[in-house]
Design a binder for this molecule. Structure first.
Ligand code: HEC
Ligand code: HEC
Length: 316
């Protein structure tokens, strides 16, 4: 990571010339104001084709032990990036032939040539697809969200940062009865993370009982989660526990955006999902009074980091 690499990566993150149509960028689906999501149930690519999943928040992705909604094998930001850049079914950014045309196009831009040379000094051919990917990954690693009211309350001891209602919601979130923290734990509220000196944890995947199409816990054939990668029956419907940071801004919810609001998410959990045989035992029905529901929603809202979503460092 260097200042030059991050600045170049930021420019490339918003660069529409990195798409087959010349009108699409990473930021088309990962918008800063929405904590780097797109407000859609499922993401739409450069040519208008729907992908089958929702765009994920990029807040704190530097700490992820695994990437995307349901894959144990995508273990770096660099390898993840090949999907949106080169996928052709469905098209996301739609680059072909390893992005040769885009590299060519950017090579004609004098400021890019200077920026690549500064970011990759000592390199005979600084402007390459490999370096485009490395620079964008460097930018992504700066997307740290940790200034929400929750953070100020917990880490800065700012007693006023959270309302009394949100504090009661926090107690519910961490309680044995409601039990969200059993999966949404740690600094990112997504379970185990990687950080300096702590680099071996694996990501947490769970079936939350969102679907049971056959009475045996099957998910729809359009998306069966981790099962598609491992082909183990036990992985049917398992998705990676997503971050809850900035969650008030990242709807609609779940991997396919089928839950329109946080209220709908709480309906899903209080019902205990579909109570399917493949469901994680930590997702089970519980009672929530109207007052407690409002408290839990206030807590989720306290995870919104206004500094993060309005940070000029993350804007073009
Ligand atoms: C068409 C919309 C679209 C575009 C364009 C797009 N993404 Fe995504 N992004 C998604 C979707 C959808 C997912 C979830 C994919 C999955 O689970 O299969 C995702 C997931 C990710 C993740 C994984 C996050 C996590 O927590 O695991 C990262 C990182 C990411 N995208 C970065 C990028 C970068 C960098 C670019 C530009 C090179 C980009 N995306 C372009 C839609 C898009
Ligand atoms: C067994 C582990 C587990 C428990 C317990 C759990 N979750 Fe989740 N949560 C997940 C997984 C996995 C997903 C993604 C599921 C999917 O997309 O199909 C998810 C998704 C979500 C989402 C959607 C996030 C997004 O970006 O779309 C919200 C909000 C959420 N959970 C809140 C909660 C709350 C509140 C509780 C407590 C009432 C809770 N969760 C309990 C595992 C869990």
């Amino acid at each position: 990571m260097s200042t030059e690499k991050v600045a170049l990566g930021k420019r490339l993150f918003f660069e529409t010339r990195l798409s087959s149509t010349g009108h699409y960028a990473c930021a088309s689906c990962h918008q800063p104001a929405l904590a780097f999501t797109d407000g859609r149930d499922r993401a739409v690519g450069a040519t208008g084709a729907f992908t089958r999943r929702g765009a994920m928040s990029l807040a704190n992705v530097a700490y992820n032990p695994a990437f995307t909604w349901a894959n144990t094998k995508v273990s770096s930001l660099e390898s993840q990036m090949r999907e949106p850049l080169f996928n052709d079914h469905p098209v996301e950014m739609g680059l072909t032939a390893g992005g040769a045309a885009a590299v060519d196009e950017l090579s004609r831009d004098q400021t890019y040539r200077a920026q690549f040379s500064a970011a990759f000094p000592n390199d005979a051919a600084p402007l390459s697809m490999d370096h485009i990917i490395k620079a964008i990954a460097a930018f992504e690693r700066t997307l740290i969200s940790g200034r929400s009211p929750f953070d100020r309350y917990v880490f800065d001891d700012d007693r006023e940062a959270m309302s009394a209602q949100a504090k009661r919601g926090m107690a519910l979130f961490y309680s044995a009865r409601v039990g969200c923290v059993q999966c949404h734990s740690g600094l990112t509220f997504s379970g185990p993370i990687l950080y300096e000196g702590h680099t071996t944890d694996t990501a947490l995947f769970a079936n939350t009982g969102l679907y049971d199409v056959d009475g045996h816990g099957a998910y729809p054939p359009s998306d069966r989660g981790l099962f598609e990668i491992t082909h183990h029956a036990a992985d049917m419907g398992k998705f990676r526990v997503p971050t809850l940071r900035n969650v008030a801004l990242t709807g609609p919810y779940m991997h396919d955006g089928t839950l329109a609001s946080l209220d709908a998410v709480l309906d899903h959990y209080t019902r205990g999902g579909h109570k399917s045989p493949r469901q994680d035992s930590r997702v089970r029905a519980f009672e929530l009074s109207a007052e407690e529901r409002a408290e839990l929603l206030a807590f989720l809202d306290s995870l919104t980091d206004r500094e993060f979503v309005s940070n000029p460092e993350f804007r073009p």
